[in-house]
Design a protein around this ligand. Structure first.
Ligand code: BDR
Ligand code: CA
Length: 324
């Protein structure tokens, strides 16, 4: 089977880490690089965290590149309150030494996309992609498939009543990406909170993971404990919403989510800062620049996620349906 070449642009981050793990365990994908952007964690911390995850997965062969350390225009606001002071749920995993990057994330994206069509899964604020547009529009237009975890359509925001963190953190970057897609007749797949909110890792699922594979279970427990506490405190949920792995699962198998095509714009000012304004009623009569995902098959997501992380045949997850 020919593998799809993909770059993961991310801000690890607890759920980014789970997404990287899923991607590395998926034989359909060839992860040719991981580019880091400031978001959940400052960019240097995100770089350290990506290396920790690669070490855990025995995949330090995958190159990691440090990207933008601040949003295009606005002051940077991290999400360490959600992801812990080390950005990885206060797991305080040992630092991985002797692995340095050779070029910046934006240079890596530019050089790679100049040579060939490659897909991008964006799991953080889209500052690196916006800088790519400013540096080399042709390279940006060479992106094969672009999936972004970000935005929201009908579900409420997680940073304001209407805004999701990745787009809120750098609204100018997200706005530039959507505008450029529209001008160049391209599409983004928007995996927003409408679908990711339905992906809740519960204590029961975590316990099931531990029973099936204690080593992997312990690791996931270690990096998600802080996230569980955060969700209880702020959202009164027992469990944690793991947004980013859904973008990877959808990239691999688009039938896991469904939605509709629409023109989308990102607000860069005022009380709706960072809102993804989805023209679902076609008021503006503009060509769609996005596929907005609104429904997700939660069972099929967890079936893919667990079977791949635990190296099991999907059919072996006998009680999964009963515990969701
Ligand atoms: C997004 O923001 C971050 O906290 C998560 O990693 C995810 O990418 C959810 O709003
Ligand atoms: Ca993220």
């Amino acid at each position: 089977m020919e593998k799809t070449k993909v770059i993961i642009d991310c801000d690890p981050g607890i759920d980014d880490s789970l997404a990287i793990m899923l991607a590395l365990k998926s034989k359909e994908l060839d992860v040719i690089g991981i580019t880091i952007v400031c978001g959940n964690s400052p960019v240097e911390m995100g770089f350290e965290n990506a290396k920790k995850i690669l070490k855990q997965m025995n995949r330090l062969d995958v190159p990691v590149f440090i990207g933008e350390d601040r949003p295009l225009c606005r002051a940077y606001v991290n999400a360490l309150d959600t992801h812990g002071e080390d950005g990885l749920g206060e797991s305080f995993l040992p630092k991985v030494d002797g692995y340095e990057q050779e070029m910046s994330a934006v240079d890596f994206l530019t050089l790679t996309l100049k040579r060939k069509k490659v897909s991008v899964i964006a799991l953080g604020p889209m500052t690196n992609l916006a800088r790519l547009i400013q540096k080399d529009l042709d390279a940006f237009c060479n992106i094969d498939k672009l999936v972004s975890m970000g935005g929201t359509f009908k579900s409420h925001g997680n940073c304001s009543p209407v805004a999701e963190y990745n787009y809120w953190c750098d609204p100018d970057a997200a706005a530039l990406v959507y505008k450029t897609l529209h001008e160049n007749s391209m599409r983004i797949h928007m995996i927003g909170l409408d679908v990711t909110r339905k992906i809740v890792l519960t204590p029961t699922i975590l316990e099931y993971i531990c029973r099936l594979n204690p080593k992997m279970g312990d690791f996931i427990k270690k990096i998600t404990k802080f996230y569980f506490d955060f969700h209880w405190q702020w959202e009164h949920i027992i469990g944690c919403v793991i947004n980013d792995p859904l973008a990877v699962a959808y990239f691999i198998d688009q039938s896991i989510c469904s939605g509709f095509d629409s023109f989308v714009e990102i607000e860069t000012q005022g009380i709706s800062l960072g809102q993804s304004v989805v023209d679902s009623m076609n008021f503006y009569r503009k060509e769609p620049n996005a596929t907005v995902l609104t429904e997700v098959d939660t069972f099929r997501f967890f079936q893919m996620f667990l079977s791949r992380l635990l190296d099991l045949e999907p059919e072996k997850l006998d009680i999964l349906k009963d515990i969701l």
